[in-house]
Ligand binder design. Sequence first.
Ligand code: ADP
Ligand code: MG
Length: 379
Amino acid sequence: MSEVLLPGSTVGMLGGGQLGRMFALSARILGYKIVVLEPDPHSPAGQVADVHIKAAYDDELALKEFGTSCDVVTTEFENIPAHVLNLLSDYCPVRPRAFAVEKAQDRMVEKAFIKECGLLPVPYAEIHSEADFKQALQEVQLPAILKTSRLGYDGKGQVLVQSKDDLATAFASVDKVACVLEQRIDLQLEISVVLARNVSGESQCFPVGENIHQEGILYQSIVPARVDKGIAEAAQVAAQRIADKLDYVGVMAVEFFVTKQGGLLVNEMAPRTHNSGHYTQDACVTSQFEQQVRMVCNLPFGDTRLLSPVVMTNLLGDVWGDSQPNWDLLLSDPSSKLHLYGKQEARIGRKMGHFNTLSDDVMAAKQIADKIMQGLTPC
Ligand code: ADP
Ligand code: MG
């Protein structure tokens, strides 16, 4: 039986981004101490930690200091090298373990794993070199998207391939690193499942969210999703199957595509809390971050019940313009809750914060949120 880590224990967060910050804040509310390992001295999570160890993720001395000062360690970032998680597990439990994180670090590995789970990934072919082009173009219908197998996020590392002749240029533009060529799906909509799984192997899902992306970056999550109940349930079952097969402990997310014909395809998974789960902070009994604290500390599940329809809208650096957004507009709407990540520099496409808009009617919430977004950027 694994030990229960009660409030007062020390939780380690590997990574200093916004997901780490919101986890740290939830952990502190519950009375835990937080140590963050992150090289950036001004990181969002470092700002709110009890202790911030400013070192590279693979600095072995720092990892020893980190591991020995924590009762358990978790992560917010899927690109932490697996050997780092293995090394840390010599000092304290690491949740999720390296195996689960590794499966999500590489699109080829991830897609093969999705198939092993008996689920359908988006049709794809592997591209290691130009020699794979011919076969790939036979297997995958165009238009397609060439995606680097590693280190892509927020639509980065992706190139549209409209015709056969585009493939060579696309491959060269990503420096000929290993890629997947993925069929571009005619989407009805995108949905995601955020779920928690405990040390004993039980899991619970949050309500399914509908995700609207703009230029590859999440713009809004709409909950409840405007999707057939059967599809939403199938997505939850699929996500739980993936979590079971990973023997996952913690909070994770699975992104799905719903095709125009009503088919369900697995897009990708994230071994961490997820942007599409931010709505839980204001609209569910338990947020995804509190649930992550509960899972890594081996506490019981918090209730995942949705208390109100909600729309989560991301605030990218674009909204800042040359100064600050028109905060009055957002703050004077009583149904919207602002969350900012403490990032100093607002860059185009950089996630700076988000806000959750609650209403009895989800489309009314979306209208309010869209109107705020229209007026937020200073003229
Ligand atoms: P990231 O790791 O950047 O989130 P994704 O593969 O999830 O990468 O792609 C980001 C977004 O781009 C998706 O949420 C979706 O809107 C769009 N997209 C990606 N792949 C496809 C595809 N095969 N067909 C249609 N749209 C896609
Ligand atoms: Mg994605």
